[in-house]
Design a protein around this ligand. Sequence first.
Ligand SMILES: [Zn+2]
Ligand SMILES: [Zn+2]
Length: 358
Amino acid sequence: MKISDFKKKQLRDGFKNVSELRQDLVSGDWMVVATGRAKRPHMFAKTGKKKFDQSIKDCPFEDPQKTGHEEPLLIYYEDSKRRKVKGIKKLVRDWSIQVIKNRFPALGPGDCSEKYKEGPYTLMDGSGFHEIIITRDHKKHLALMSLDKVEEVVHVFQERYLTLMEHRCVNYIFIFHNHGIEAGATIFHPHSQLIALPILPADVRRDLSGAKEYHEKHRKCVHCQMTEWEKEERRCIFQNEHFVVFSPFVPRVNFEIRIYPRKHQSHFEKMSEVERKYFAEALWQALFRLYKGLKDPAYNFFIHTAPCDGKNYDYYHWHAEILPKTNIWAGIELGTGVEVIMVKPEEVAKFLRNQKIG
Ligand SMILES: [Zn+2]
Ligand SMILES: [Zn+2]
């Protein structure tokens, strides 16, 4: 097998987390093979129920630098939230949020990689960035945070996005949050993640092409149309001046929630300071209602936004999706991508609207 220069350099530098991007011949979808995440085939064998270590004592994110993480890439401080200093050790103590490199990255590190061939297949080195955004409190996850804190988290998302999009070969930045073991979180301490990729992920590609097709056919943004309709509908859960939160007409999973800016906006990172406050409120409202209603379910939350590859995506409308884990994906879901919806979105919205806030 061919070893690219990038990989050789990574190995020479003693970097073990060499990952690869492989393209599916049929769908054209790109997939990440991150061997550095250190799993041998036998490690996938069932070893009983997975445990979630919740104790502060063993938490790797209580004091990330003490547990071997590098200096933060960005810090917000507890006392003055806009004061950030990079690389000054003694100031790390008072952190409120810090962004660190993932020690077990799915990608990276590196700027650019070339496509190459292996027989009929196309692959690339998995270069990119994988960062973790940690909030200080061990137990206060997003639904339990103050609105200010949620806004800070969103601000950090935006700041890291703006920094990473400057890299020449970063074409897509994916921001996500896993809450709960069933949603794939491996560390209890609340944290979000960000992955900067040289390719467009399959779901994003589908989302973009659907929006583009609709736009070409109807000369309208599909998401604007949907948001305009849903804000008056039974499926609306919450709305404020700038955002609408609703249970989609066609949910992919039970209790799915979407958050859309009312104004047509393709790029998440272009959100203004005022809009950011309203987005934080919309996100918190959605997560708190879910927390209350379903008694702290596991969920995945992510942002779908236009790629940062310099092309025109005016037809796209950024949004956030919250996908609670209420059942295990089995044959039907994995083979068809369809989760059998057991509760109507209209009922979901009513149930979540009726949750007492505060
Ligand atoms: Zn912790
Ligand atoms: Zn729109």
